[in-house]
Ligand binder design. Sequence first.
Ligand code: CO8
Length: 263
Amino acid sequence: TRAHTYHLINLTRPVPSVALITLNRPKALNALSSPLFDELNHVLKDVDADKEIGAVVITGSEKAFAAGADIKEMKDKQYSEVYGSNFLSHWTYITSVKKPIIAAVSGYALGGGCELALMCDIILASPTATFGQPEINLGVIPGAGGTQRLARTIGKSRTMELVLSGRNFSAAEAERWGVVSRVVGEGEGEVVKEAVALGEKIASKGKLATQAAKEAVNHAYEQTLTEGLHFERRLFHSLFATNDQKEGMAAFAEKRKPNFTHS
Ligand code: CO8
């Protein structure tokens, strides 16, 4: 992992078991250009394969985790080009990484920056973190999961409000709504220290169980409503194989209390 040279990110190992990836395009507030994402994907592939590493932390600067996709790169693109090339589809690679990924967010996490954080497994935020999906202000909508992941996390009404108005939301709101697991510290760099400490703790567990745990949580989270409803209905059907269903429904019809036998 050390041999490769990166220009738009930095890779360090604050402790042997944790890879710390720092987005490093300060002049553009870490706007997520295609070359930046190529580097990010490359390093993620490397750290995922490195047996010494048990967790990954992604962070930005104090001012910006990432201010979104690179608007200047996108602005003149035509429909035929973005659709034809499946523009930005390589953003999803991060969701296939097996190792736990913690986002340590300070400053702006807007648009694609917010979506990048939402693609990580855990988000820790500094009190300065500012989240938002301002794409509506640019005549577009979130394209890397913002509408879907926020809706699942904070519900329809809040997601609609944020996505339709484009307003930012604070670290405190993000914590209250469960977008982030915790708001951490006051001082500069605190959130990164805390994320590395959490990563080190996670890395001390068995790697197979960790991989399985991540897979299982994602499975629960990624079921579609259709699949969930189908699963629910099948379980409902299966209860007709129990005595308790016969007893419970008979008791209702006979206007008496049921005597369940748990069989
Ligand atoms: N893209 C390109 N450049 C950017 C971006 C960006 N997203 N954000 C900031 N910059 C640049 C600015 O243009 C400026 O450059 P320059 O110095 O050359 O003028 C530099 O960064 C500093 O920015 P500001 O001077 O604007 O700094 P301020 O402190 O005044 O403001 C803000 C900070 C509020 C964060 C402001 O920069 C801003 O509003 N940025 C844009 C935020 C935004 O709209 N993000 C959403 C982008 S769209 C998106 O992310 C869609 C994702 C879809 C993914 C689809 C996958 C299939």
